[in-house]
Every structure is written in structure tokens, then in C-alpha cells.
Design a protein around this ligand. Sequence first.
Ligand code: ZN
Ligand code: ZN
Length: 441
Amino acid sequence: MTEQITPQAFLAGRLLLESEVPSEFLTNKDVITEPSIITENGRYHCRRCCNEHRELFATAPCAWCGNRHCIYCRNCLMLGRVTACRKLVRWKGEPYAFPSHSNVLQWKGTLSHGQRHASLQAVQYWKQKEDHIIWAVCGSGKTEIVFDAVAQSLANGERILLATPRVDVVKELYPRFKQAFPSITITALYGDSPSVFHPAQLVIATTHQTFRFKKAFDFVIVDEVDAFPFSCDQSLQLSVNEARRPLAPILYLSATPSRSLLEQNKRITKVSTRYHGHPLPLPSFVWIGNWRKTVMRRKLPSKLVTWLEKHHRKPVFLFVPSIPVLEQVSAALKQLGYIHDAVHAEDPHRHEKVTRFRDGVTKLLVTTTILERGVTVPRVQVAVLGAEHSVFSEAALVQISGRVGRSHRHPTGDIAFFHYGVSKAMKRCRQQLQQMNREGF
Ligand SMILES: [Zn+2]
Ligand SMILES: [Zn+2]
């Protein structure tokens, strides 16, 4: 493909390292190369990720310039090392023009009442070029809500970014958008995605990948805006901002938006009902005393065992607060003869284990909070052991509860928070779900 593509198309809205650009493009008069790390008022500044924190720069022996103490930026290291001796490349000529498309949306489904309202709002705010939050409960069908706004933006010949902190969301959304917009060039960008040369009109990317884009997009959607690491990494938030053209609106999507996001944005649309119209199942609180002592002896609280027995034919998620607890609980389950998998963030077999659970091969999956989002399994029942632990924030508990009752055929299910003292987050979680149910019905 490289031979047909022009430098203007290749570099459209992108800021790349010299080594990422075909060398024949570098001599084009409209291609400019600039230093990647500059010093301003005695401070280093990485021009790719805008990092200015001294502690996020380091020196290392450099293969490019031979300097034994070449400065590099640690903040955007995951996209390949930016060193002070290397140049960044961009296009300064006429911007690449994307085509306008009419009637591109091929999705033929129907929106629920709540989805339709939010969809109209999304179109309205996109037209007015205003930032907007859609606060949509877990299982409300967020993706379909944005289809209309995306279609109208494409009809205007705009370029769109759909960014999310989570790589599994990128992988899940890509085929759905391909299907809904079959005539549009769409690309999915994440850590180890295959390198792409064509300038896609719709870019679905992890938020880290936006470091490579500057003033590229006319419409930006950020899905799961409250998820790690985007929610607590200012350089990612800045990067998404830099990726948009001046005045391009941002649409934030979340089931659990943070207080600060809600305070910063005045335009908020709530979707309080699930697409299937059934209310959100509520968690029950079950006191189990000092559960740490019990699991340290490789045993399980008896109320938890009874609960597991009750649901032994259904898929069950058992959330635990930490990896040591995960191991203790897994050992206890083994002793009791429960066939199960245990999974945490650093687990090399994480994806296989989740797939086995999704496919119904394993019925019981013990997990840390890494699976609080994203994994959807029909008929799943959820237990949280040690729900009062500080890792289980209000948002985490709402997401965990949101796993249950998502499918049209099984809209209900059991959520049990096993605890040694009710936390504020547990109370707030239940209040939030009750409030959504009141608003929705
Ligand atoms: Zn950087
Ligand atoms: Zn160097």
C-alpha cells in the first residue's frame, strides 16, 4: 500500500518519529521534521506527548546518536522511544480532505426510548460543537447511541476519533463499527495492532495512541472515560484534547462518570434504563465477620459457600480485593472441590481464562477488579468478597453490579456484597442504582 499513498495522506493529522515514516516522504517540501524534545525555560518538553515532568525524563546510552546520556521521554515510551536526538515528522501543507458520505449507517436495529433520547442529544450537541456527557447505565447500549451522530459527522466529511482507555473495548468496538459503517475506512489502534498506512476517517484507538495525533479530528468520542489510566493521567487527557481540531466537540460516555467530570461539564444526558427495559438488579449486603482470618486458613465463610451452592449451575463471578486473597480463596475452593479459574491483571493466561468463562467451559471465575468492566456473560451471578475494601469504590461496585441481568432473556440475577462492615462506597453504589431505577420507571 505504501507505494500508492501520498505523504499528505500518510501524515494526515499525525506526528510521527522519522523512523515511522517512509524515507522517500521526508524530502517532500511540505513535510517538516522538528526536534522531539526541546528545552523551554530550563524545562524539558516532549513534543509528542507534551510531558514536562522532570522525573519522567531519563538518560540512557543511545543507539541513534552514540551519546551515552541521551535524554528520552518515559511518559510515551510505550509508543517507541522518543530521544532528544531524534526528529518528529508532520505535514504542514494543505490538510488531507476526507470524503463526505450520505446514508452510511447500515445498522438496522431499533433504539430503546432512553437510547433514542440520548442519540438525539448527541446529534444536537455535535451540531452545536459543544462537549457533552452521556451517563448511561451498564447495559443501556452506549454504542448504538452514538451511531447517528457519527453518521451525520461522516456526512459532513469529518474525521472522527473514538478513544477509550481500554484495549479490549477497542477490539470489541472495531467489528461493530465496521458492520454499522461498511463503506468507511476504519482503523483500530492499540499497543500491538498491525501498523496502518491508510488515513482512516474513523479511528478507534486506546487513549495512549492519541499521542501520535495532533489537530486531526473534527469529532471525538471518549468511551469509558472514567476507566484507568485515562481518569488519573493528565497527559492522556491533554493528548486527547490535542488530537482534536480547534472547536471539535468531545462526547464522553460512561456508566460511572467521576464527580469532577460531571462538575466540569454542564451538558449531561442520562440514560437510566437498560435497553431491554428491566430495572437494574440491586446488591444485597451480607455480613460475614472477619473474612480475612477465614481465608487465611484456606477456608471460605459459610454464607459464601451457601451462596455458591445456590448458584452452582450458573456462571458466577467472584470478586476479591487483592491477589493474595485471590490465591487463598482459590486454594479454599480447590479443597472444597469447586472447578474454577482465578485471574488477575498480570496473569499471562488472562485472556484464555476469560474466554473459557465466556464460552461456559468454566462456571466459576474468581477475579480482582480487572474484570469489573467489559465482560458480558448471560445469566451471570456476582459475589464480592470483602466488599468494604477500599479498592471497591462506588464506581467499581456499580460496574461490578452492572455485569448482572444484561441479556434480554435473563434480565435479573443475584448480586451479593459479602462484608465485614458496610462501607460508604457500598451504600452509595446501592443508592445510585436505586436512583437510576426511580428515574427510569
Ligand atoms: Zn513523550
Ligand atoms: Zn540519542
